[in-house]
Design a binder for this molecule. Structure first.
Ligand code: T5A
Length: 227
């Protein structure tokens, strides 16, 4: 039995956390009564995130997002390796076992975040990042990625309104522009990345996501666990 890995990506404050929860609720409803599926499905839907999907990951998340790690600046290569360490643990301890038992894993950020943030944003070597991503994931890829594309100023304003600003959110505007460029380039070459206009209301954003998910569930219905 094989589950699916669905990833949510994008710049700061794009609404990933909000949309993942709405999608989980919608997916669970589909197994009770779905007007578009030919048979009943039995879904286990798990939400997780990077960094911070495991105990080790939570400790790494503290180091990565804390605005002041003992007053010392985190070097960009150290930052890259910490995200990779979080991912390697996440894959082995959580994601791989879940996928093997047929679950649908909804993951807030994955390998494309490293390409967009450390590759395009920090300017680290993209080929090297691809190799590191491969080492960290052991070759496990996303089955579908929603890129929540949001205007940078709107996203940062939303993140600010929510409360404390983390180390990555404090980066300058140029950094956030480069990150956005990274997602644009990724979406051009990978047709498993679907762009979602995230500047709308929560409901309108979720509608776009559900429309895509409906198509995917129809495609996957025969390999997902039956009731
Ligand atoms: N990172 C991560 C790397 O640099 N490399 C990597 O390899 C990885 C994995 C993670 C940071 O680490 C970096 C990227 C990030 O900088 P994080 O806390 O997970 O940090 O940060 P984000 O992923 O950016 O998450 P945020 O919590 O900032 O934003 P979300 O989850 O996209 O948005 P959400 O849902 O929390 O919404 C933000 C606010 O907006 C409101 C919400 O209620 C909330 O208050 N909101 C809306 N308001 C109006 N209209 C809508 N449609 C709204 N949707 C949500």
């Amino acid at each position: 039995m094989k589950g699916k890995l669905i990833v949510f990506e994008g710049g700061e404050g794009g609404g990933k956390t909000t949309q993942i929860q709405l999608l989980r609720d919608w997916l669970l409803k589909q197994q009770q009564s779905s007007p578009f599926l030919s048979k009943s499905i039995d879904l286990e839907v798990i939400i997780t995130r990077e960094p911070g999907g495991t105990k080790l990951g939570q400790a790494l998340r503290g180091l990565l997002l804390d605005t002041n790690v003992s007053g010392e600046q985190i070097h960009e290569r150290a930052e890259l390796l910490l995200y990779a360490a979080d991912r390697a643990q996440h894959i082995e301890a959580l994601i791989k076992p879940l996928i093997e038992r047929g679950a649908i894993v909804l993951c807030d950020r994955f390998t494309d975040s490293t390409i967009a943030y450390q590759g395009y944003g920090r300017g680290l070597d993209l080929e090297l990042i691809q190799q590191l991503n491969h080492i960290a994931t052991g070759g496990l890829n996303s089955d579908l990625t929603f890129w929540l594309d949001i205007d940078i100023n709107i996203g940062l304003a939303r993140a600010k309104n929510r409360g404390k600003i983390d180390r990555m959110e404090q980066a300058d505007m140029r950094f956030h522009q480069l990150v956005k460029k990274g997602y644009q380039e990724l979406a051009k070459t990978n047709n498993l990345i679907v762009r979602i206009d995230a500047n709308m209301t929560r409901e309108k954003v979720q509608e776009q996501i559900q429309e895509i998910m409906e198509q995917k569930l129809k495609e996957w219905v025969d390999i997902l666990p039956n009731k």
